[in-house]
Ligand binder design. Structure first.
Ligand code: ZN
Length: 172
């Protein structure tokens, strides 16, 4: 199986509410789902959305990566904070210390493949930043939000962590 994972970089505007550029400790990888089931609401369309949002400089909303069944797009460098975990500026929290990954659930993306791509991305981040599987958390862990909702609904979280571990072993 093809293991090479191409991360596309499409960074949002720095010095904005969405991307203030404060550096952080990478303590967590925070897993989300977009909950946008609309046709075409994949990684590319989320990249456009978040870029526009940063340009408008209207909201404290951002995350680091969006993943669907085809694309993995980086919006913010790993070492900067982003606003995705719903826990404000809490010290060591998801926003202040987490790398946020949104998994797309759009109807024209194969969700299983998107989840597998997310696991591959997580494994790469674990290797790059010397992190363990214990540092992979649901958005829910930080704010109580029902996110990632499908993974939670179908009881798929432990399997997802196992997938991340397997991909990590495969990288070594
Ligand atoms: Zn979330």
């Amino acid at each position: 199986m093809e293991n090479k994972l191409a991360i596309q970089e499409d960074l949002i505007k720095p010095g904005t509410k969405a991307r203030p550029g404060e550096h952080h400790l990478k303590k967590w990888i925070v897993i989300h789902e977009t909950d946008n089931f609309k046709h075409t609401a994949g990684a590319k369309s989320h990249a456009t959305f978040i870029k526009n949002l940063a340009e408008q400089n209207s909201k404290y909303l951002s995350w680091h990566y969006t993943v669907d069944d085809k694309d993995i797009i980086r919006h913010i460098p790993d070492n900067e904070i982003a606003w995705h975990a719903g826990d404000g500026r809490k010290s060591n929290g998801g926003n202040m210390s987490g790398i946020g990954i949104e998994i797309c659930v759009n109807s024209d993306s194969n969700f299983r493949v998107a989840v597998r791509n997310a696991a591959k991305l997580v494994a790469l981040l674990m290797k790059k930043h010397n992190m363990t599987v214990n540092q992979i958390k649901q958005h829910n862990f930080f704010s109580g939000k029902n996110c990632p909702s499908s993974i939670r609904k179908y009881g798929f979280w432990d399997t997802f962590l196992q997938m991340c571990s397997n991909e990590f072993k495969y990288l070594k």
